[in-house]
Design a protein around this ligand. Structure first.
Ligand code: NAP
Length: 483
């Protein structure tokens, strides 16, 4: 098997343009494929978070007054540097997060696109001139909201960061980032490139360390005007409560439990291929991963057999070897998947393929799980209502269009949903009635630099990407001028 050492990468906090040790010791970053320690990362806490807020606040007036084309030029410089260093960045990501190299490279490439897209959009943040009575001029002026606190998860350890930083700095905001402690190296590798590109001190800052005290500063400081969070619904609710004390603007990109519906008139091959591609992207550890597969009873047996045949082609291994799918992020991720499967089989579900942790040979020290297909899922099973975050395809049959819409909406989550059909009436009806922020019809590619990404219900609020994503970092000021 191909193996490599961790490429050189920073392990310190980045505040006010300086790399700093933290006051709270160090924390190990573990390779989920081998269980080995990759690096020891400096840890900060409340003191460092306050220092970063001060730096971002001090940098804001000059950065927001920097002409948009100059801000764009710096952002494009970072995009160029990322492109030049994509192999190094992808290797770091694969080693700390586990995803196959090809997927890591695709994520890095998305960063390049996001930066360039937002750099351009930042130059098109127009306001409005509102028809006014004679002798007056009425303006709706768009201004950067101010200092942004950004907290990100481990599943897309680089792109979840760029999705927030790129629109924020394009709009003229300054940022304090707190990345996941599972995957800080990708965040630090990115920061190295912001530094190298020549970003002014304090425009982007990274605080590493215990999430609670850092989160408290970012969500309750009056010097932070916007909090943007991607992560679990549980932590999102807590941060939202904390942020309410200072009434700051908030965006929440939270958990999902996507339905994937296959109607009998669908192109079944396309549906199954899309399902496998979406499910095994990042080993199912994606907020938009298909988690409840509803198949019309007329085609249920045929489609189940097709899924089992295709899943046999899915390879599992160390992401550096570029298998279809890698390990899960950690032991608790592994245990959650095993518990959901145990609970489902205890209540009568039947495993059609896989179902176990992989523990032999090269798998022995990592967090690997077999690609799994499980049939006969019912509403009394945990897997029906809980986000899965693993390589499990749970099958449910249905008979009627309205019945399946109701079942698909029977969840507190509302992020991504998918269905496959060739019937125009079904397409029209179902896409309107699915209570989700995103609907993929005969398509699972629902995330692009130009299109709005986000959820409803307990999946959160606010949108990332596209013009809607930039709006999250803007406030509208009304100016009336009397002649
Ligand atoms: P998580 O446990 O909620 O952690 C997310 C981030 O919040 C991490 O940086 C974590 O830091 C931090 N955090 C944890 N507790 C905190 C607290 N009390 N105060 C402030 N920050 C705190 O989620 P995760 O396990 O990393 O990510 C998986 C979840 O993210 C899934 O539910 C997934 O659906 C969701 N997700 C949603 C989207 C979307 O766009 N809707 C995209 C990707 C992922 P530490 O790591 O240091 O604890």
């Amino acid at each position: 098997m191909a193996r490599t050492d961790l490429p050189n990468v920073e392990t310190r906090l980045y505040i006010n343009g300086q790399w700093l040790d933290g006051s709270e010791g160090t924390k190990a970053v573990i390779d989920p494929a081998t269980g080995k320690t990759l690096a020891k990362i400096q840890q900060g806490g409340k003191a460092e978070a306050l220092k970063a807020v001060e730096a971002a606040n001090a940098a804001f007036p000059k950065w927001t007054a920097t002409p948009p084309d100059k801000r764009a030029a710096l952002m494009n410089k970072v995009a160029d540097l990322i492109d030049e260093e994509k192999d190094r960045l992808a290797t770091i990501m694969t080693m700390e997060q586990g995803k196959p190299l090809k997927q890591a490279l695709a994520e890095i490439q998305t960063n390049v696109e996001n930066l360039r897209w937002n750099a351009a959009e930042g130059q098109r943040i127009y306001g409005d001139i509102i028809p006014a009575p004679p002798g007056y001029q009425w303006l709706a002026e768009k201004q950067a909201i101010g200092v942004v606190g950004a907290i990100t998860p481990w599943n897309f350890p680089s792109n979840m960061i760029v999705r927030k930083i790129a629109p924020a700095i394009a709009a003229g905001c300054t940022v304090i980032l707190k990345p996941s402690s599972e995957t800080p190296l990708s965040a630090l590798a990115l920061m190295e490139l912001f530094d190298k590109a020549g970003f002014p001190a304090g425009v982007v800052n990274v605080v590493l360390g215990k999430s609670k005290p850092i989160g408290e500063v970012l969500s309750t400081s009056d010097d932070v005007q916007k909090l943007t969070f991607t992560g679990s619904t549980e932590v999102g609710k807590l941060l939202n409560e904390q942020a309410a004390t200072t009434l700051k603007k908030v965006s929440m990109e939270l958990g999902g439990h996507a339905p994937f519906i296959i109607f009998p008139d669908a192109d079944l091959e396309q549906a199954v291929e899309s399902l496998i591609a979406a499910k095994f992207r990042n080993n199912g550890q994606v907020c938009t991963s298909p988690n409840r597969i509803f198949i019309h009873e007329e085609v249920k047996e045929k489609v189940s057999n097709m899924i089992v045949e295709q899943i046999k082609e899915v390879t599992v291994g160390n992401g550096l070897d570029d298998p279809t799918t890698g390990p899960l992020i950690n032991k608790s991720g592994l245990e959650k998947v095993a518990e959901q499967i145990q609970d489902a089989t205890d209540k009568g579900a039947k495993i059609l393929f896989g179902g176990k942790q992989l523990t032999e040979g090269d798998y022995a020290d990592g967090f690997f799980f077999e690609p799994t297909v499980i049939d006969g899922i019912t509403t009394d099973m945990d897997i029906y209502y809980e986000e899965t975050f693993g390589p499990v395809i749970p099958l449910i049959s249905f008979t009627d269009e309205e019945e399946v819409i109701k079942a698909a909406n029977d969840t507190p989550f509302g992020l991504a949903s998918y269905f496959f059909s060739d019937n125009i009436h079904t397409i029209n009806n179902v896409s309107k009635k699915l209570a989700y922020g995103m609907v993929g019809v005969n398509d699972v590619a629902i995330s692009h630099s130009a299109t709005p990404f986000g959820g409803v219900k307990h999946s959160g609020f606010g949108r990332e990407n596209g013009a809607y994503g930039v709006e999250e970092y803007i406030t509208v000021k009304f100016v009336t001028i009397k002649a």
